[in-house]
Design a protein around this ligand. Sequence first.
Ligand SMILES: Nc1ncnc2c1ncn2[C@@H]1O[C@H](COP(=O)(O)OP(=O)(O)O)[C@@H](O)[C@H]1O
Ligand SMILES: CC(=O)N[C@@H](CCC(=O)OP(=O)(O)O)C(=O)O
Length: 259
Amino acid sequence: MKKEVLKVVKIGGKLIEDEVKFAEFLNDFVALEGPKILVHGGGNLATEIAGKLGYKTQMFEGRRITDADSIKVITMVYGGFINKNIVAKLQALQNNAIGLSGADGMSIVSKKRPLKEVDFGFVGDVEKVNSEFINSLLKQNITPVFSAISCTAEGLLLNTNGDSVAAEIAKAMSSIFETELYFCFEKKGVLADAENDDSVIDKINKEKYQQLLEEKVISDGMLPKLHNCFQALEGGVKNIFLGDFRLLKNESVYTKISN
Ligand SMILES: Nc1ncnc2c1ncn2[C@@H]1O[C@H](COP(=O)(O)OP(=O)(O)O)[C@@H](O)[C@H]1O
Ligand SMILES: CC(=O)N[C@@H](CCC(=O)OP(=O)(O)O)C(=O)O
């Protein structure tokens, strides 16, 4: 029997901060047919608030080095302010939604990143997604809205790249649904020239990805984003798209990840 399509949508922190674009994105998200899940970032706001508190932010290859002070800021900013505001906005659009971190329903269980050349601190790598729990929400017509926070079996909250959370959810849900993954961020897609916003690459397969890595065409947050895309593809996710706030409209340019 053909599986039902589930759309997992990740929205980046920079887009959330643009009120006009974010409102348009949310309208398109609400209009999507069938079950859907929203995952949000918020890295920019976390950096801004941390700065106001006198904490310095350090990133390594697109991931935040998260010390004891940062994890407090992150929990408040992602799990609190951003998550609750998104849920409130969805409710106002008559889309019943529930805000979750990985600890809620133990939906995203992770392990602390092992200490290698970089100590990421309170950063987690996803080990298990509780697909049955998430499906129980979808069955009630509730849209789960995930922040980029996971939780260890021992009850430690960990900062987890939002793109990784989206990819892991999409992979895990592929046992139940035919899953599609959408990454909405500030650019129109993956750019061949980071300086030229119109140089969108329409398709990227594994070979092209290797070439882009070797030629250093991708950097910063695009590194974990594309890494996660290929992990998701290998994990059974059917379709993966990257684009800007108009991606869900089906009329904008975008990058498609394929085999
Ligand atoms: N080749 C590339 N194409 C598009 N963006 C790129 C590229 N290389 C690096 N980037 C950077 O990666 C960023 C996207 O990653 P990130 O900021 O983590 O997105 P998000 O807003 O979803 O969290 C872009 O805003 C851009 O600055
Ligand atoms: C470990 C790690 O890097 N976590 C990310 C999680 C938030 C995120 O992914 O936010 P954007 O989508 O806005 O970039 C961070 O703290 O920046």
